[in-house]
Write a protein that binds this ligand. Structure first.
Ligand SMILES: Cc1cc2nc3c(=O)[nH]c(=O)nc-3n(C[C@H](O)[C@H](O)[C@H](O)COP(=O)(O)OP(=O)(O)OC[C@H]3O[C@@H](n4cnc5c(N)ncnc54)[C@H](O)[C@@H]3O)c2cc1C
Length: 387
C-alpha cells in the first residue's frame, strides 16, 4: 500500500486533514492486519467500534456537548474514505451510524438527543436505518409497515429488509405508515433495538462488504412509547430523504476510498510484475488504465468534498451529493474491474486484495439510492417532473 497522503486537491484545513490522517492510522493498525480473515469469515468486528468510540470517530459529527468530536462533513468524508481504503464494510457501518447520529442532531428533540447521542458518540451503541421493505426499495413511499397509536404508545407491525448494522444496532431510525397512502402518511421513529417483539429474522449473505451486517427486522405488535416519534407525525418520508441526502456523501466517500485502494494496488503491482522481460507498467495498455483511474479518483474526490463543503456551509447540497455518489460509485465499480485485469490471474485470487475491492465496489451503485435514482434526481433538477 502506498503511504503518501491524498494530494491536496481541495483546500482542507489542518483539523480536517488531522481527522483523515487519524482515520488512516487507525484503519491500518486495527483493521488491515485482520481484514483477510474477517472478510472470509463474514465477521462483524463489534469490538472495533468501542475503539473507534474511544478515538472520537463514532461521534465525529456529534456536537461536543453530547460527547462527540464536533467535526464537519468534510472531515467525515475524509474519514470514511480512509476507512474504505482499507475496508469498505467498516466504512458503510460508520457511514450509516453517523448518518443517523446526524439525523438525531438535526431532527431530534432535546430528550432524544440526551438519550441517544452520548451512547452513539462513545460507541456503546451503534445506529441503524430501516426504510426498505420487501416490496418498497427505490419506491420507498410505497412502504406498508404500520404504527398505530394506542394511548401513550404506538403499536408497530411490519418487515424491514436489508438493515445495515441491524443485528448490532442499539437504536434504529425506522419509517412506518401512520396515515393514508403515499409519502405524507409516513412517520419516522427512533426505536431501541432491544424492545420486546423486534426480531432479527435473517442475516443476509452478500457478494461483498462482508464485515458489515445486513439483516431483516420483523416487528410484530411491538409497543413503543409515543415519544419515540422523530419530529412531527407525517414527516417521516421527508426526514428519511434528508438523512439519505447526507448519507450519500458517505457512500460517495466509501466509493472514493475503494477507488483509491484500487489505484494503490494497481500502481504497485504494475511496477513489480514483469512480462516479456519488462514491468507490465511499460505497456500503455496497462499504464493508460492507471492514468484514467487516477484522474477519476481526483474527480470523485472533488465532487465528494464539494458536496460535504456545501453541507458544512449550510447551503443546499442534495444535488451535489447525488452527482458525487453517481460518479464515485460508477468509477469505483469500473476501476475495480480494471484493477483485477491489471493483476491478471493473481487479481482473481484472494492473495491480492483487488478481488475484494471488485466485490465491494458494486454495492455503492445500489444502496442509498441506485445510480438510476441519482440520475432521476439530477435529471429532475434540470428538466422538472413529468408525473
Ligand atoms: C447490502 C445492502 C445494505 C442496505 N442497507 C440498507 C439500510 O441500512 N436501510 C435501508 O432502508 N435499506 C438498505 N438497503 C436497501 C437499498 O437501499 C435498496 O436495495 C435500494 O434502494 C434499491 O431498492 P431495491 O433493491 O428494492 O431495488 P428496486 O427499487 O426494485 O430497483 C430495481 C432496479 O430498477 C431500477 N429502478 C427502479 N425504479 C426506477 C426508476 N423510476 N427509473 C429507473 N430505474 C429504476 C433500480 O435502479 C434498480 O436497478 C440495503 C441494501 C443492500 C443490498
Amino acid at each position: 500500500m502506498i503511504d503518501a497522503p491524498a494530494p491536496p486537491l481541495f483546500d482542507v484545513t489542518a483539523d480536517q486533514r488531522e481527522i483523515g490522517d487519524l482515520s488512516r492510522t487507525i484503519a491500518e493498525r486495527e483493521i488491515a492486519p485482520h481484514i483477510l480473515a474477517w472478510d472470509r469469515e463474514h465477521r462483524f468486528p463489534r469490538e472495533l467500534y468501542a475503539k473507534l468510540g474511544d478515538a472520537g470517530i463514532m461521534g465525529l459529527i456529534i456536537p461536543e456537548r453530547y460527547g462527540g468530536a464536533g467535526a464537519d462533513y468534510v472531515s467525515y468524508a475524509l474519514a470514511i474514505e480512509e476507512f474504505a481504503r482499507v475496508d469498505a464494510g467498516t466504512a458503510v457501518t460508520l457511514s450509516v451510524h453517523l448518518m443517523i447520529a446526524s439525523a438525531i442532531v438535526r431532527l431530534g428533540d432535546d430528550a432524544q438527543k440526551e438519550r441517544y447521542l452520548p451512547r452513539l458518540a462513545g460507541g456503546e451503541a451503534i445506529a441503524g436505518f430501516a426504510l426498505t421493505e420487501p416490496s418498497a426499495g427505490s419506491d420507498a413511499a410505497a412502504l406498508a409497515s404500520t404504527a398505530r397509536r394506542d394511548g401513550d404508545e404506538y403499536v408497530l407491525n411490519g418487515r424491514k429488509q436489508w438493515c445495515t448494522n441491524g443485528s448490532y444496532a442499539g437504536v434504529t431510525m425506522v419509517m412506518f405508515r401512520t396515515g393514508g397512502p403515499g409519502p405524507k402518511g409516513i412517520s419516522a421513529f427512533l426505536i431501541d433495538n432491544d424492545t420486546p417483539g423486534i426480531v432479527v429474522e435473517k442475516v443476509t449473505e452478500k457478494l461483498g462488504i462482508h464485515t458489515s451486517n445486513t439483516c431483516d427486522l420483523a416487528f410484530d405488535d411491538v409497543r413503543v412509547p409515543a415519544d419515540a416519534l422523530l419530529g412531527a407525525k407525517g414527516t417521516g418520508y421527508t426526514m428519511a430523504l434528508s438523512a439519505l441526502g447526507a448519507g450519500r456523501i458517505g457512500i460517495a466517500a466509501q466509493a472514493t476510498g475503494i477507488l483509491a485502494a484500487c489505484l494503490d494496488a494497481s500502481v504497485k503491482f504494475a511496477k513489480e510484475r514483469e512480462a516479456f522481460g519488462r514491468p507490465i507498467a511499460a505497456n500503455q495498455g496497462v499504464s493508460f488504465k492507471i492514468a484514467q483511474m487516477a484522474t477519476d479518483l481526483d474527480a470523485a474526490r472533488l465532487l465528494v468534498y464539494r458536496a460535504a463543503s456545501l453541507c458544512d456551509r449550510g447551503e443546499p447540497y442534495a444535488l451535489a451529493g447525488s452527482k458525487a455518489k453517481l460518479f464515485a460509485s460508477t468509477a469505483a465499480r469500473k476501476h475495480a474491474g480494471e484493477a483485477v485485469q491489471i493483476h491478471g490471474g493473481y487479481g482473481y485470487t484472494t492473495e491480492f486484495p483487488v478481488e475484494r475491492y471488485y466485490r465491494d465496489a458494486k454495492i455503492t451503485e445500489i444502496y442509498e439510492g441506485t445510480s438510476e435514482v441519482q440520475q432521476l434526481l439530477i435529471a429532475r433538477s434540470l428538466l422538472g417532473r413529468f408525473d
